[in-house]
Ligand binder design. Structure first.
Ligand code: SAM
Length: 267
């Protein structure tokens, strides 16, 4: 064989080996390689974590989990992955302050770690993720947002409620009722299906304001608690009856669905 051909073959082989090894061996990471993945962990059923979310958890050095995230997701993490529980729950006095969460995310990222920040449902749907993004931006940390299955959609689905329906629901709205005074109930009453997050504590206010806005007392209401988890519960009633029906029950976390389709819930 021509010696030039042999040299060319050798160089080619050497380069292929170099690139193969670079791709398949883990090189040590520098501090600048840190990244925070803001991952939507879904509503609780691990099977509703996206494939992308799962693949990233499998590469994580650190998991920082919100309160409503199913702890079994951490079983996917590699050996040695650090697990930090940092949850915020609206209205809970022992919630971790947002600044503390931001500090941990930035510190872990600056150590060069790959951080899986697990948020319940979708991180950008009432997920309080924006302050974390601002802190990461301010610190010059890399981040990526990985969408998740929001409880606003998966909770009705878990009990077979179609939030759109050809005859019963042409439109829907998703709101938080943590602060009902900030909502316009006259506007809400014009929407066929109202999906409410963080609305169990204020249920008496919601149901009475919607009736004052003209909705019929017999309009169906469904409450789906712990959707997708073994402890899932569903209550079905009407604007007029649901408060009495659920009196004395601890309902949070739950999704409230108000509209004709709520009557289709599988109880
Ligand atoms: C701070 S918000 C977070 C929402 C989340 N980012 C999402 O997309 O589902 C928390 C509220 O979501 C709702 N929620 C979250 N997970 C739920 C579940 N498994 N079942 C019912 N409601 C849930 C409840 O209304 C709860 O109070």
């Amino acid at each position: 064989m021509d010696s030039k051909v042999v040299v060319a073959l050798g160089v080619g082989l050497g380069l292929s080996l170099f690139f193969y090894r670079r791709k398949h061996t883990q090189s040590p990471r520098s501090k600048n390689d840190g990244i925070v993945w803001l991952i939507g962990a879904g509503p609780g059923d691990v099977d509703l974590l996206t494939v992308k979310g799962m693949n990233l958890v499998r590469q994580a050095d650190v998991i920082v989990a919100d309160e409503l995230v199913d702890r079994s997701i951490s079983d996917l993490a590699p050996a040695g992955c650090k697990f930090i529980e940092m949850g915020k729950r609206g209205g809970k006095a022992d919630s971790v302050p947002q600044e503390d969460i931001n500090t941990v995310l930035v510190a872990e990222c600056k150590k060069g770690h790959r951080v899986a920040r697990l948020k319940g449902g979708d991180p950008l749907v009432f997920g309080r993720v924006w302050p974390e993004i601002e802190a990461l931006n301010a610190a010059g940390c890399q981040y990526d947002v990985i969408p998740g299955v929001t409880s606003a959609l998966s909770a009705p689905a878990a009990v077979g409620i179609p939030i759109t329906h050809k005859e019963l629901s042409r439109h829907f709205v998703v709101v938080s009722c943590h602060k009902p005074d900030e909502l316009d109930f006259a506007d809400l009453s014009k929407i066929d299906t109202i999906v409410i997050l963080m609305g169990t504590r204020t249920l008496p206010i919601i149901t009475s304001r919607l009736q004052e806005a003209g909705l019929t007392p017999s309009l169906p209401v469904a409450i789906i608690q712990w959707a997708g988890r073994p402890e899932q519960r569903v209550f079905v009633g009407t604007l007029d009856t649901i408060v009495k029906q659920t009196q004395g029950e601890t309902l949070s976390p739950a999704i409230v669905v108000i509209g004709k389709v709520a009557a289709l819930a599988k109880v």
